[in-house]
Design a protein around this ligand. Structure first.
Ligand SMILES: Nc1ncnc2c1ncn2[C@@H]1O[C@H](COP(=O)(O)OP(=O)(O)OP(=O)(O)O)[C@@H](O)[C@H]1O
Length: 271
């Protein structure tokens, strides 16, 4: 569970001048939710999602993941916590000089085995596998995980292909596999389907839903595409001028005809 408490983010924009981008945000995202964050351009969506994995440091407030306040962690503890959060982006951010298999393996190769938290594995099993040791994963272990992920995202036939030879949808599948490689419990999606056509968007959403159901990963997505939220988000929060103005089950939030901002968003009047 993610609990966001009184989160405020200010940017210094000039001497003695601050811009408040997030103001006193309170939000609970439950395990296995597919949670959408929507709002007009400039509302603070990107800043919010970047605060969730501490790419931006909150000015005030706390972010608790399973009860642990990540804003207070430093060094090795922060590294371990960060492994619980994967992220995908609008422009995929793949390493163009590496093939699909190496892109997916990248996070596994640079992470010490003890930073992994494999779901369902007991302490004893970890010990037997040497997961408490300082070593990196063995080549064979990495290959096994890469193959598992290729199967999950349905790209087994592209294992040795380079990103330049892939379609946008295939690139996003590689990015999803890479983000999930270290067994995160949370996947953040930053406008993950905005660069894709409607058919490809559909197939990526289907994949995300399948992954959510099969692995139990919690998904938090920011998007300006209302149809995306309607298709897969069970819950949604509306950000308007730095504040959460509505949140709850998608059907209820979108069904609230008295909300001007919801009407604007659904009417496609996004700037
Ligand atoms: N590093 C920064 N320094 C100063 N201002 C910033 C910084 N990052 C974002 N902002 C400002 O914060 C506000 C919110 O930006 P943010 O990117 O979070 O909004 P958004 O809802 O994601 O918008 P969009 O949908 O257009 O991407 C904007 O006014 C933006 O200019």
């Amino acid at each position: 569970m993610i609990e966001v408490k009184q989160l405020t983010k200010e940017f210094s924009i000039a001497k003695d001048k601050k811009l408040t981008v997030l103001k006193d945000i309170n939000l609970v995202i439950e395990d296995r939710d597919i949670f959408g964050i929507i709002g007009m351009s400039g509302a603070g969506k990107s800043t919010f999602i970047r605060c969730l994995n501490l790419l931006e440091k909150p000015t005030k407030g706390s972010i608790l993941i399973d009860g642990v306040d990540i804003t207070r962690k430093r060094g090795r503890q922060l590294l371990i916590l960060r492994k619980q959060i994967g992220m995908i982006f609008q422009n995929f951010n793949l390493l163009m000089q590496k093939n699909v298999s190496r892109n997916i393996a990248f996070g596994l190769e640079i992470t010490k085995a003890r930073y992994f938290k494999i779901p369902g594995m007991s302490g004893r099993e970890y010990e037997e596998l040497g997961y408490f040791k300082k070593r990196s994963l063995k080549k064979k272990e990495i290959e096994r995980r890469v193959d598992e992920l290729l199967k999950l995202v349905d790209l087994e036939d592209k294992k040795y292909e380079y990103p330049s030879k892939l379609s946008g949808g295939q690139r996003q599948r590689v990015a999803i596999a890479r983000a999930l490689a270290t067994y995160p419990s949370i996947l953040l999606c930053d406008e993950a389907t905005s660069a894709l056509d409607s058919r490809t968007t559909e197939s990526i959403l289907k994949l995300l839903k399948k992954i959510n159901e099969e692995t139990g990963v919690t998904i938090v997505m920011i998007t300006h595409e209302m149809n995306v939220v309607q298709k897969i988000c069970n819950k949604v929060a509306v950000l308007d001028k730095s504040e959460i103005v509505a949140s709850g089950y998608t059907k209820e939030v979108f069904g609230d005809t008295s909300s001007e901002i919801v009407a604007q968003l659904l009417g496609g009047e996004e700037a």
